[in-house]
Design a protein around this ligand. Structure first.
Ligand code: HEM
Length: 462
């Protein structure tokens, strides 16, 4: 008994000493308040376990700007909307993207999230050229329409996992737009590797056979080689393909920097990666919210039936049809808000920077945590109610604290494209089908929105 007590006591003393020592290591003058947790692990376990509760407790104790040690790095968490905006619009003052090494290794050195300054400007301008409203109207919308209408074919009477379906939908739709890749052996091979690549970016950077990171790096090598083969074929072909890859290979505008093959490949990987989880999760959650809110579903369905009636049978959704989907757009924004598809974005300091009277040392991460804004009653009345109507007249998406798509020089370039994809998927889904959930769905909202056991729905013809 005494031995046990002594063991417990010495354990407590050692833990206390370790916590204090780790706190002292980071006790620099001018740092925001907060605690650093354990050496190496910091407070990652509490952060992942408690999620938003961890953030709320810390905010309650230390205010909207506090230090911690999460996901392997000393980090300052910022929960103040005004300050978040300041950080996002001031990349040039020392706040560059701060995504984890595993992500950058797998997404590539030329990846848009890995570069800043003029290389970022070049990549971004190439990206914006591919997904601009005129490109969506003239080139992408017909492809998205063709893909979505056939993708939801033959779901009548079936039980489908809408999580799996929307994931596949987001990926296959992107591959069609990027390089005209249709369902078949080539797309299956790419799909398998891209799924592994995505998983690898969300893992610890432990390069050992069997780890997700190792698999992710291997998958990257395979994806790069497949894309390089496609590029080589395109270079010797005399055909015109009318897709994103074609536009990238034919940049002849002197005002734009020409990208080499490595940059083109990393840009394509960024396009697929950035749109994949966001578009799929938002589509899945929109289906869930529509199921749970019959009045909203009725209004959405009426909007789409009106569009369908105004067209000849089989006509594709055009730009004007898409732009008239005002209520659907509101549903998508409300889904992004309520489900908090994006909790925040990461930045890293390139030098010691002063923020609100505190100093954030060079090389620290900043977690620009935007989740709280989504539930701010000053911005969204009754914030816990799913109410798409709120977006119709209040110009909430022009509010300077609107950050569902980020902000500043990194504001999502694919927001219009992503919205169009989800809207057209919903068009074909709600006009053709009714559905019911099978069993209770368990949906985790942190650190990412995810149904661990799938989200099963039974689908019938409308
Ligand atoms: C509902 C859908 C989407 C949401 C909620 C969303 C959200 C975001 C957010 C919050 C950021 C800012 C990241 C940061 O500041 O570090 C971002 C950046 C980005 N998004 Fe999206 N996104 C969506 C769809 C898409 C799609 C479809 C594409 C593909 C065209 C895309 C491509 C990108 C890229 C390339 C960036 C990086 C921009 C840069 O670093 O300059 N996104 N997105």
């Amino acid at each position: 008994m005494v031995v046990l007590l002594m063991a417990i006591c010495s354990c407590l003393v050692t833990c206390g000493a370790l916590l204090r020592w780790n706190g002292m290591r980071y006790r620099k003058k001018g740092l925001p308040p907060g605690t650093m947790g354990w050496p190496v692990f910091g407070e990652t376990t509490e952060f992942l376990k408690q999620g938003p509760g961890f953030m709320k407790n810390k905010k309650h104790r230390y205010g909207s700007l506090f230090k911690s040690h999460i996901l392997g790095c000393p980090t300052v968490v910022c929960m103040d909307p005004e300050l978040n905006r300041f950080i996002l619009v001031n990349e040039g003052k020392g706040f560059i993207p701060g995504y984890p090494q595993s992500m950058l290794d797998i997404l590539g050195r030329s990846n848009i999230a890995a570069v800043h300054g003029s290389p970022h400007k070049n990549m971004r301008s190439a990206m914006l050229g591919l997904v601009s409203p005129p490109m969506i109207r003239d080139q992408l919308l017909p492809k998205i329409d063709e893909f979505m209408r056939s993708y939801v074919d033959n779901w009548n009477g079936r039980v489908v996992d809408i999580q799996e379906k929307t994931k596949e939908m987001a990926l296959m739709s992107a591959l069609k737009q990027i390089a005209g890749i249709e369902a078949g052996p080539a797309s299956e091979a790419l799909k398998t590797e891209i799924f592994k690549l995505v998983l690898g970016t969300l893992s610890l950077p432990i390069n050992f056979p069997g780890t997700n990171y190792h698999q992710g790096l291997k998958a990257r090598r395979k994806v790069v080689s497949m894309l390089q083969d496609i590029i080589n074929q395109r270079r010797i072909s005399t055909c015109s393909y009318n897709d994103m890859l074609d536009s990238l290979l034919k940049i002849d505008d002197k005002s734009k920097a020409k990208l080499d093959d490595k940059q083109i490949i990393d840009l394509i990987i960024a396009l697929v990666y950035s749109g994949y989880e966001t578009v799929s999760t938002t589509s899945m959650m929109a289906v869930k919210y529509l199921h749970d809110h019959p009045k909203v579903l009725e209004e959405v369905r009426n909007e789409h039936l009106r569009i369908e009636k105004s067209k000849l049978h089989g006509d594709a959704i055009n730009w004007n049809n898409y732009k008239s989907m005002k209520f659907t757009r509101a549903v998508i924004l409300e889904t992004l808000r309520m489900a908090t598809v994006v909790n925040g974005v990461l930045r890293k300091t390139t030098k010691d920077v002063e923020v609100n009277g505190f100093t954030i040392p060079k090389g620290w991460r900043i977690y620009v945590y935007t989740r709280e804004i989504n539930y701010d009653p000053c911005m969204y009345q009754e914030p816990l109610t799913f109410n798409p109507w709120r977006w119709l007249h209040n110009k909430l998406d022009s509010h300077h604290h609107f950050m569902l798509f980020g902000g500043g020089s990194r504001m999502c370039p694919g927001k219009e494209l992503g919205t169009a994809e989800i809207a057209i998927f919903l068009h074909y889904f709600v006009t053709r089908y009714r559905w019911d959930e099978v069993g209770g769905a368990h949906i985790l909202k942190f650190p990412r929105v995810h149904a661990p056991n799938g989200l099963y729905i039974h689908v019938w013809d409308n």
